[in-house]
Design a protein around this ligand. Structure first.
Ligand SMILES: Cc1ncc(COP(=O)(O)O)c(C=O)c1O
Length: 380
């Protein structure tokens, strides 16, 4: 089954949009929106290239920072291949690829690096750029670290569902963090976050919106990096289970794996209440998986089957990954593991299949939620 949705152009110039309510909050407790924008509109005082990658000082004289592209190229060295580990599972050879070993802690490091690199190569960003993006945590964290390293400003747009770990990280790295508070019409926050991104882009000089939901470079990141590694590591592969949110991972990985292993079956994993695969919207509690929009990048994915997992099952699976297999992984990893267990009876029984899933991030940011017994009992 190839799932199709209309593609959108990444990084179109954004039109000013008006929000029904002031949905902005920032680090200060009294945070009227007007003052937020006053603060945002102030020209950046950071010297171009003043991050750690901006190089040498000779006496008191700072040498010219190298081109942004070169500074980004240097980051490539931090993105080493992530390991895959075998997990004991009846009836299959199961492997988990540990994306949480990436330097900032998740699979989104690859997306952030690649999008910035490609944008710099095309001249879409320069030292004056302010990067503005909506994220439930991992993508923003990666952007926060990498923009800081190459001397760009970054404004993350987050929502109350973000883990406190990610929020603290962002507030330590970014002078401005915008947190929307208003639920959208699907009971999620994504649409409100995107409205805010549009609004900020209309007001701030030299904005750049990576648009992780529709930017083909997000898929290319996983085609080149994530799937490139898988192809180098596995002689054959029968099933791959991939959690979906912006669909960048599944778009890039599915395309590359289908070229290398023509018979591989790509199973998309989503959570109940997400609308990505046409289910009715419902309040969801676990970030990083699912969405309240159909992400445009989904049209670039080649998907054979979809498994929807209830959040309660995600919780059980995360705990099982930890207590039975010794993997302390986040919500989407547990969701993918739960999907494998659900799907196992449908796998072709004639041979022992080789099955792979991605552990997109670590368990620590989920200690107060997924790994907290009393929190989990509130899930329906
Ligand atoms: C923990 C985690 N898992 C899975 C995903 C899904 O990846 P994608 O957005 O590429 O579909 C994300 C995306 O943010 C994530 O943060």
């Amino acid at each position: 089954m190839r799932i199709g949705t209309p593609a959108v152009t990444a990084n179109r110039r954004l039109e000013p949009r008006t929000l029904p309510h002031d949905a902005t909050s920032t680090r200060s407790s009294a945070s009227p929106q007007a003052s937020v924008f006053r603060r945002l509109e102030r020209p950046s005082t950071r010297r171009p290239g003043s991050g750690p990658a901006s190089l040498q000082t000779v006496g008191s004289e700072q040498l010219l920072a190298p081109q942004l592209v070169t500074r980004l190229e240097l980051l490539r060295n931090t993105l080493r291949p992530t390991p895959h580990v075998p997990l004991a599972m009846k009836g299959m050879d199961l492997f988990a690829k540990l994306e949480y070993v990436n330097p900032i802690g998740s699979i989104k490091d690859r997306t952030a690096y690649w999008i910035l690199k490609r944008a710099a190569e095309r001249g879409q960003i320069c030292d004056k750029t302010t990067v503005i993006e909506s994220s439930s945590g991992n993508f923003a964290s990666a952007l926060a670290a990498f923009t800081r390293l190459v001397g760009l400003r970054f404004i993350p747009v987050i929502d109350p569902k973000i883990s406190s770990t990610y929020e603290s990280f962002l507030r330590r790295l970014c002078p401005t963090v915008v947190k929307v508070e208003e639920l959208d019409d699907t009971g999620g926050y994504l649409k409100t976050r995107l409205e805010m991104v549009h609004r900020l882009c209309a007001r701030i000089p030299h904005p750049y919106w990576p648009n992780q939901y529709g930017n083909p470079d997000a898929a290319e990141a996983h085609y080149k990096l994530t799937a490139g590694e898988i192809c180098a590591e596995f002689d054959s592969l029968d099933y791959v289970f991939i959690g979906v949110s912006s669909a960048g991972t599944i778009a890039g990985v599915s395309r590359r794996l289908k070229e290398r292993y023509p018979k591989v079956r790509v199973i998309a994993v989503d959570t109940e209440g997400s609308v990505i695969f046409g289910g009715p919207p419902r309040k969801r509690h676990i970030p990083g998986i699912g969405s309240s929009i159909v992400p445009p990048l989904l049209s670039h994915a080649t998907i054979d089957d979809v498994v929807l997992v209830p959040e309660r099952e995600t919780v059980q699976a995360c705990r099982e990954l930890l207590t039975t297999h010794g993997l302390f992984a986040g919500g989407s990893s547990g969701t993918a593991f739960a999907a494998i267990k659900r799907y196992a009876p449908r796998m072709v029984a004639s041979k022992r299949p080789t099955v792979l899933f991605l552990c997109a991030d670590r368990g620590a940011p989920y200690l107060d939620t997924v790994f907290d017994t009393s929190w989990a009992t509130t899930l329906h």
